[in-house]
Design a binder for this molecule. Structure first.
Ligand code: PLP
Length: 386
């Protein structure tokens, strides 16, 4: 029988409580969604500013479709690079106070493209152990030697840098760790990179739009910049649309445009999305209250949740993980919330280390204070029942 081994593997996954399944979203993304025919209060998305269904973005996308049609029709280097993409790149570079920016179709592809274009067989990539999977895959694709240092362990990183024989070195880190919500100490990482002559790639997927007064992400949060910094962020999270970009000095951007295979050998993303993204950048500026409201919601969750019953990981970002431990216990808690009309996703190994299954509560400016209070009170009631 063909595929019998696959079936065995699937049964094994199921037995371990690791089999994933998809729910069907029938509404727009937002705080209140319809899933599989039911209305829920949801804390699942990365739409941190609540822009994914914002009318200004919807309008911009429609106008973009009228002007450019739906498909880009070609890669950027052939004829898919529209004025909308080009203006978006210029605006991203200005916003981040960098020389230039380059759009990629997804964050996953950006990371693969950046690391494999810059690094090769005789080079060294040093990566935080809790980095996003795309950064690890990127390092493997580059064929550089990969050292994964313990999460935020700068001593471990420094020893690896100090003993490296490779001339070309790249440190890669999430800015905000996607399953923990903690923030990488960018100034200290940059200082090490300067000391040992390494580049630093920072993946700000969860910080861009969220951190800093103006939403310029981790760069603004720490007020740092450096010529050895390679900044990338995604556009499908706080920016509410789709895509990703890298920003930095002109020769870096030119090198990636010439050499990043996930840039060259793929269709440009639809120009209407670039038009929508220009509207997002405008809203970062014009609706700064969204970041302020988000900060209040984060404080409210910590205030209302009974911390003697529930352990939130230390995080000042909208990613507020509730540590449970076992896979089945985490699934049971998520199920209990769901039966009370609240969706919070379970994150299990291998996305997080074994024994650290958790609910990943993700807050958004689309939530009201009542929404967050309801989540905390429902969790408190469930703790009392245990
Ligand atoms: C989501 C994410 C990515 C991937 O971005 P996509 O645009 O969804 O492909 C990369 N890095 C981190 C840290 C992420 O959270």
């Amino acid at each position: 029988m063909p595929f019998i081994d696959l079936e065995e593997n699937l049964r094994e996954l199921e037995a371990q409580g690791l089999l994933r399944s998809r729910r069907i979203l029938e509404s727009a993304q937002g705080a209140h969604v319809t899933v599989d025919g039911q209305a829920y209060l949801a804390f699942c998305s990365n739409d941190y500013l609540g822009l994914a269904a914002h009318p200004a973005l919807v309008d911009a996308a429609c106008q973009g479709a009228v002007q450019y049609g739906v498909g880009a029709g070609a890669s950027h280097l052939i004829i898919g690079h529209t004025a909308a993409h080009h203006q978006l790149e210029t605006e991203l570079a200005q916003f981040l106070q960098q020389d230039a920016a380059l759009l990629f179709s997804t964050g996953y592809m950006a990371n693969l493209g950046i690391v494999s274009a810059l690094m090769g067989r005789n080079d060294l990539v040093l990566a935080d152990k809790l980095n996003h999977a795309s950064l690890n895959d990127a390092a493997q694709l580059s064929r550089a030697r990969l050292v994964r240092y313990n999460h935020l362990d700068l001593g471990h990183l420094e020893r690896s840098l100090a003993t490296a024989s490779e001339r070309k070195k790249l440190v890669v880190t999430d800015a905000v760790f996607s399953m923990d919500g903690d923030i990488a100490p960018l100034p200290a990482l940059l200082a090490l990179c300067e000391r040992y002559d390494a580049y630093l790639l920072v993946d700000d997927a969860h910080g861009f739009g969220v951190l800093g007064e103006q939403g310029r992400g981790i760069l603004e949060h720490f007020g740092v910049d450096s010529p050895r910094l390679i900044y990338m962020a995604t556009l499908g999270k706080a920016a509410g649309v789709f895509g990703a970009f890298v920003a930095g000095n002109a020769s870096l951007i030119q090198t990636l445009m010439q050499g990043a295979r996930t840039y060259i050998y793929t269709t440009a993303f639809p120009p209407l999305l670039a038009v929508a993204l220009r509207a997002s950048l405008r809203l970062f500026r014009e609706e700064a209250w969204r970041r302020e409201h988000l900060r209040e919601l984060i404080a409210d969750l910590k205030h209302y949740l009974r911390t003697e019953c529930w352990q939130l990981l230390p995080s000042e970002t909208p990613i507020q993980p509730l540590l449970v431990g076992g896979n089945k216990e985490a699934v049971a808690l998520s199920d209990a919330l769901r039966s009370r009309g609240i969706l919070v996703p379970v994150i299990r190994p291998p996305t997080v280390p074994k024994g650290q299954a958790r609910l990943r509560i993700s807050l958004s400016a689309a939530h009201s204070k009542d929404d967050v209070r309801k989540l905390a009170e429902t969790l408190n009631a469930l703790a009392a029942e245990r």
